[in-house]
Design a protein around this ligand. Structure first.
Ligand code: GAR
Length: 194
């Protein structure tokens, strides 16, 4: 009998709002030989998100959602996810908050990357707040999304040392590099749990 290869092809949607460095990083990982997922769709609330250029380059379907009316916007997104057989949603610098209703419909299948050591420093402007509090460490966290902001179950976390001369910009750049290492590993972990 032929041996099972264990290959699973998960369809992923990435939600972005800006630069998209995590988006391109996930695309690159998805193109690796042993990858078990494909980035099938990118959703952006921002027509001018720089990261959208990667959708063009890698021929990934993109959908811009204007978010004027959240209920309709989320309806449209759910429709796109359904049409494209999306199994997992990766938030990557997506700056809109998903409603509890949306999260319920995709329960346990939405993950997010946040640039702090959650549960510390939820929300925005994390690096500056970390520096203002004279923390010795910050980091990044990949977590499941639940209806409370940045409060879902943690999948993986990386601690990053803060240096004396750090600025918010320097720290953000350094943590971003760790995000790029962490997110693909966390996604792999999620996939192997399904
Ligand atoms: C990343 O640092 C990500 O952790 C953060 O936005 C940046 C997006 O960068 N996300 C949040 O702050 C979510 N609350 P990217 O567009 O280059 O991936």
């Amino acid at each position: 009998m032929p041996k099972s290869t264990g290959i699973k092809n998960f369809n992923i949607a990435v939600f972005i709002s800006g630069t998209g460095s995590n988006f391109i990083n996930l695309i690159e990982h998805s193109l690796k030989k042993d990858s078990k997922y494909k980035i099938k769709l990118v959703i952006s609330n921002n027509l001018n998100a720089k990261g959208l250029k990667y959708a063009k380059k890698y021929k990934i379907k993109k959908k811009i959602i204007n978010y004027k009316d959240i209920i309709n916007s989320e309806k449209n997104i759910l429709n796109e996810l359904d049409k494209n057989n999306i199994q997992i949603v990766c938030l990557a610098g997506f700056m809109k908050i998903l409603t509890a209703n949306f999260i319920k419909k995709f329960k346990g299948k939405i993950i997010n990357i946040h640039p702090s050591l959650l549960p510390k420093y939820k929300g925005l402007n994390t690096h500056q707040r970390v520096l203002d509090n004279n923390e010795n460490y910050s980091g990044c966290t990949v977590h499941y999304v639940n209806s409370k902001l940045d409060a879902g179950k943690i999948i993986l976390q990386k601690k990053v040392k803060i240096f004396k001369n750090d600025t918010s910009e320097k720290l953000s750049k350094r943590i971003l590099k760790h995000e790029h290492l962490l997110y693909p590993i966390a996604l792999k972990k999620v996939i192997s749990s399904l």
